[in-house]
Design a protein around this ligand. Structure first.
Ligand code: CA
Length: 436
């Protein structure tokens, strides 16, 4: 029997939209696992974490298809029991893809839409078939695989670990293909990157680690709408020089050793590199965020336009018209509306010589009522009317002394009883402004 050399690269990332990472992965000797949790209140993280830790704990007993299936049933039980005991975690679950690289066989198992691919001689093929709603539509010939990729209900899985007490697990044992490359991934990769793109990326990177980094980077560059986790496994009959890691040398669980990104928030549009995880270095705004931003901008533009229009109307109204009122004890003509409109306060347009003390109580009351006028001239006439009542102005058509001459009688009439014209008050009325 040929002794198999196995090297791998494992990457996980929260993506460009989500703050948390509900994916988990396990690399334990030659056992590789990707889990994609689901459930509210961070229960998805709990579910995928329980799946991975359960498999890690039982790893030594996993030697073939039957024992791998048994380990997944155990993980199902662990998650389901936890969800039953904690109501906020009720209904949590996780999809899972597992691969065991034995010297004589490749054993795979999966539940849900986490996938296993095989890439040999530049050709990519799916080892697993998703347990999902859209896959059922494909199987029934209703939609194509390409349509399934963009179907609005593509994220509905028909099976997951932890949902029920029992679960159907799909397993398979494949012959070893020397020089073959295997990919385990969460749906965060396949939602963003097509199978042909995945194949092209695998062809461009010699080491498993570089390929895994490139696949995660591609998912992020395409939008990164979901958490994305990728494990690339190369099987060879000789040691691989410069491999990212050999499973004989390394074992890791994401939450313990290989998950720096979980504690390193990644800013949208920024590029960042962590020790073992790669973020898209070609910063591309995620699709969802771009859509949101445009809608956001349009919404606020429209709102600002409406508010400005309303303000203009109010300003025009608030600055229209005149009224008479008191400023202190002075009677003045105001421009604007009594009391103001919004923050458009009336302003003093013209002062008058009238004081409150000059007015009768009736007049004062009337002016306290702020009589309004359409134009300044009308307000001025109103003030003049009051002024005339409180300070009667002698008529300017005073009869002049008339002298008539007659032969016999001379009638001389004088106006000596009339007041002198010098007492006519020279009330100055402030000029009115016609411009508005
Ligand atoms: Ca997912």
């Amino acid at each position: 029997m040929t002794s198999l050399f196995v090297s791998h690269g494992a990457q996980t990332h929260s993506g460009q939209v989500r703050n948390n990472n509900e994916d988990a992965f396990l690399v334990q000797d030659r056992l590789f696992v990707v889990a994609d949790g689901m459930g509210g209140h961070s229960a998805g993280e709990v579910a995928s974490g329980l799946a991975v830790s359960s498999l890690r704990d039982g790893a030594t007993a996993i030697t073939d298809e039957a024992s791998l299936a048994a380990a997944l049933h155990t993980a199902n039980e662990v998650i389901h029991t936890e969800s039953m005991m904690n109501h906020v975690r009720h209904g949590m679950g996780t999809t899972i893809a597992a691969l065991l690289a034995n010297d004589d066989a490749i054993v795979v198992a999966h539940v849900g839409d986490a996938r296993v691919y095989r890439w040999v001689d530049g050709t990519l093929s799916r080892v697993t078939k998703d347990h999902s709603y859209v896959q059922e539509l494909v199987d029934e010939g209703i939609i194509t695989l390409e349509e399934a990729r963009v179907h609005p209900r593509r994220n509905i899985v028909t099976r997951a670990l932890g949902i029920d007490a029992e679960v159907d697990i799909s397993t398979a044992t494949l012959p070893v293909t020397i020089g073959g490359r295997y990919v385990l991934c969460s749906d965060g990769l396949v939602d963003e990157v097509t199978d042909s793109e995945i194949s092209a990326i695998l062809g461009r990177h010699e080491t498993a680690n570089a390929a895994a980094e490139a696949l995660v980077a591609a998912a992020n560059a395409a939008g990164g709408r979901d958490n994305v986790t990728v494990i690339v496994i190369d099987v060879s009959d000789k040691p691989t020089a410069g491999a990212g890691g050999s499973s004989d040398e390394r074992s890791a669980q994401r939450s313990e050793e290989e998950e720096p990104s979980e504690s390193v928030p990644v800013l949208v549009g920024a590029s960042a590199t962590t020790t073992d995880n790669v973020v898209a270095t070609t910063a591309v705004l995620p699709k969802a965020k771009v859509g949101l931003s445009l809608g956001f901008i349009l919404f606020w533009t429209a709102l600002v336009a409406i508010v400005l229009s309303v303000l203009i109307v109010f300003a025009a109204y608030g600055r229209t018209g005149y009224f008479v009122g008191f400023e202190g004890s002075d009677v003045v003509i105001y421009k604007g509306r009594p009391g103001g409109v919004l923050w458009f306060d009336p302003t003093v347009e013209a002062r008058t010589p009238l004081k409150e003390r000059d007015l009768t109580e009736e007049m004062a009351q009337e002016i306290l009522g702020n009589p309004t006028f359409g134009d300044a001239a009308s307000a001025q006439r109103y003030v003049n009317g009051i002024r005339d009542k409180v300070q009667p102005i002698p008529t300017t058509t005073l009869p002049l002394p008339v002298t008539t001459t007659s032969s016999s009688t001379t009638t001389s009439t004088t106006s000596s009883t009339l007041p002198a014209t010098t007492t006519i008050p020279t009330t100055s009325v402030a000029p009115t402004t016609t411009g508005q």
